[in-house]
Design a protein around this ligand. Structure first.
Ligand SMILES: Nc1ncnc2c1ncn2[C@@H]1O[C@H](COP(=O)(O)OP(=O)(O)OP(=O)(O)O)[C@@H](O)[C@H]1O
Length: 355
């Protein structure tokens, strides 16, 4: 699967000028509110025509302004999931799901009804009406309906934004299954680092209508960027579960830089996992600390210091090939006399497991 997107469009005072390609999996369009994510996904969907540009899926041009070509939305055979589930209130869940089938092209390979119901865990909801579903359940049904249209591409615009944290946590594993168990490529719009860190293979960072950065999730999310919410910024690392200590409820995950101990869920040894370390939860020490309750202390070399106007500094460490970010005050940075090339010890307070 190859998707090529190039678009220039003037929208009032806003100018969208963005391009990216996707090779399948989940491609996240990530950026702050107003950066142009929805405008770009509307162009991919065929809901809007760019002033200049093209959308090409597997060699087939769907939008090609130079040639005056524009395939309308309903003939693109894409699936859509929006922030609000938009189910038909007068139809049961089953009828809502079956509705999608009407729009599936006759010869489409398609997911079977039973498989989609199973994938999304909605079997017990089939005879209910949408009014009797929670927000998370409605959204799972909306995803099911989109899947049953046998889409060539699934476009998801902030599908979790309207849900509270508990509902988000409930639905994320289903999105992971969707990514891992179907071959449908997904373009996923979000401004949440946690969601993108968990789901995306590739990340396109949008800023002021343009593409600020594009690349594998693990690389992009570990970079300092103005597009990231300060509270959420941090490093994303890839590791393998080594062991689980049932007595202490602690998993050990092997990274390039060593091992991290992660409290909570029992993880299966051998399983690849993604780990996110928020930069504000990483303290630095110039000597290996002793007598500290923190379980995770990693040695690294300072690669880069990026001071901010608010009196803090983001420090990027190279820890044996893994990048770890730390945000500390400019005063601490001065007192410790931190400079590029120095060896330091990162004291990690929290580690979030993303998959
Ligand atoms: N039809 C339009 N006319 C004028 N301005 C527009 C139009 N559509 C979008 N804009 C402007 O373009 C900018 C980008 O909007 P867009 O909805 O693409 O951003 P976004 O990144 O999806 O934001 P959010 O995360 O808040 O949904 C905004 O400043 C918006 O006001």
């Amino acid at each position: 699967m190859t998707l090529i997107v190039e678009a220039k469009q003037r929208l009032g005072a806003f100018f969208l000028d963005a391009a990216f390609t996707s090779e399948g999996g989940v491609t996240a369009l990530f950026g702050r509110s107003g950066s142009g994510k929805t405008s770009l996904i509307r162009i991919i969907a065929g809901l809007a025509r760019p002033d200049e540009g093209r959308v090409v899926l597997d060699g087939e041009s769907l939008t090609e302004t130079k040639a005056g070509l524009f395939v309308p939305k309903h003939r693109r055979h894409f699936g859509y999931v929006f922030q609000e589930a938009r189910l038909f209130p007068h139809l049961s869940v089953r009828a809502n799901l079956s509705y999608g089938r009407w729009f599936a092209p006759g010869v489409a390979r398609g997911e079977s009804f039973d498989h989609v119901v199973d994938l999304l865990g909605i079997e017990t909801l089939l005879d209910r009406s949408p009014a009797k579903l929670s927000g998370g359940e409605k959204q799972r049904v909306a995803i099911g309906r989109a899947l049953l249209c046998s889409p060539r591409l699934l476009l998801m615009d902030e599908p979790l934004a309207a849900l509270d944290e508990a509902r988000k946590a409930e639905i994320l594993p289903y999105l992971e299954r969707l990514r891992d168990q179907t071959e449908i490529p997904i373009v996923y719009v979000s401004h949440s680092i946690a969601e993108v860190a968990r789901l995306a293979n590739k990340v396109v960072v949008m800023r002021d209508g343009g593409v600020e950065a594009v690349g594998p999730a693990v690389d992009i999310l570990s970079r300092a960027s103005a597009a990231f919410d300060r509270k959420e910024a941090g490093a994303l690392l890839q590791g393998i579960v080594e062991s689980f200590d049932a007595r202490h409820h602690l998993s050990t995950v092997a990274l390039k830089s060593g091992r991290l101990h992660i409290p909570g869920a029992a993880l299966t040894p051998g399983k690849p996992v993604r780990i996110r370390i928020p930069s504000r939860d990483v303290m630095l020490a110039t000597a290996r600390p002793e007598g500290l309750s923190a379980l995770n202390i990693v040695e690294g070399k300072i690669e880069q210091l990026s001071p901010d106007a608010d009196g803090t500094v983001e420090i990027r460490l190279d820890c044996g090939g893994d990048a770890i970010l730390s945000r500390i005050t400019a005063l601490s940075c001065e007192r410790l006399d931190l400079r590029p090339g120095n060896t330091v010890f990162a004291v990690i307070k929290t580690v979030a497991l993303e998959a």
